[in-house]
Write a protein that binds this ligand. Sequence first.
Ligand code: ACO
Length: 433
Amino acid sequence: MAHLDVVDSRTGKSYQIPIDNGYIRAVDIGKINSLDGDCEQDTKNGPRILRGLRILDTGYQNTACVESSITFIDGHKGIIRYRDLEIQELFHNYVYEDVMHLLIWGHLPSQEEKDHVRQGMAKAMNPPDSVIKVISAFPRDAETMPMMLAGMSAFAAADEIVCATRHTQKAMFQGRLEVADAALVRTIGYLASTMALIYCHKNDKGFTLPEPSKSLLGNLLWMMGVSQENSKVEECLNKLWILYADHEITNSTAAVLHAGSTLIDPVSAVTAGVICGYGPLHGGAIDLAYEALATIGIPERVPYFIEGVKRGKGRLFGYGHRIYKTRDPRLSLIEELMSRYKEEVEANPLIQVSLAIDKYASQDPYFIERNLKANADLMGCFLYTAMGFDPEMITAITIVSRCPGTLAHWRESLTQPVKLWRPLQKYVGPQLN
Ligand code: ACO
């Protein structure tokens, strides 16, 4: 096996660190020790404190925390694959429901499998009174995220298995995939239903009850009363959602897994992911990108705005990505959709501002030197506004589209040994002797 030969200059000792397919294990690094002997525990300061070399990786810039076979991304070549299928193939030949199954269960679904999951989701989307009351207690102009958290909490409180999870001695879902599958199907339904209820409450209209024959997306739009008015919306989102369905271990997926590693239920774990999904540097960038476009207002003001960003007045939201150092491969598929719905997209004058930003920034040395390119958030929002959604709902809808992907990772984690996620810190404060 390939390995690293490491000599510790502090002790002169040599170590062989195995390399497995481009990865070394942090625990192997932990065996490198500056103390005499191979003492791995500091018994003076308490048990279980490893004293070997540690890795400091602020913001997880070069640390993998799971082994996964769900989504493959090559950020340098601009490749995304769900399981073994290219995103382009999925986008052109399938709809979101197929991709959701592929991500979670590892294969494209039969009609029977689709029907089974549809029924489970539709049942979960039928909200109990407590959830309806919680959502309707908010002012209609309240921020969407706190409403989502409240809705999910109310759903969690009404779900007996979810509540029981914290009181069982044995893990509720670990290695029990049938129980986990039923719970994750309900979780997706709860989030979609919460979204529909919020949308209806904000727009001061009643919601329609879900139907067991409809897909997740079909029922979400049905509950919102959107598909009754405009059938194009489902067709468009069925493609757009494929692009947002999963993106391997993002900040929010990591939050779901982090929470899940405590053996908590999937509704609570997904709620942790929702919080991260709203953060300005993550999914919340959609809101900020859109707000910036509205502030800029016209393409002629773009250079002034970008020069301000370069002087440190703020970030250019919708630009840059931790993984992509080439163009985000989802962007060309988004552009394909934008040209399919050209008339509706161009009805929003801010699209011209967005295009002007991309043109200016993509030729500017500041962005070129740092490998900063437009990300999917710069353009994706225009498909939502083209379909009639209020900009402030876009992040929330995107979070619903990501939910099955995050739960695919949660489900995968249930087939692996239980390991509580507990990072370390490098303590740099004063030492008392
Ligand atoms: N605008 C201006 N400068 C930027 C931007 C940006 N959008 N992104 C990065 N930079 C600069 C940084 O200031 C830094 O410059 P420096 O080297 O002179 O200090 C350099 O580029 C590297 O930036 P980091 O923050 O270290 O890069 P990182 O990989 O940690 O950041 C991130 C990735 C958070 C996405 C960043 O590019 C960003 O803030 N973008 C704007 C927010 C955004 O659009 N997020 C959505 C991402 S997609 C998603 O999560 C759904």
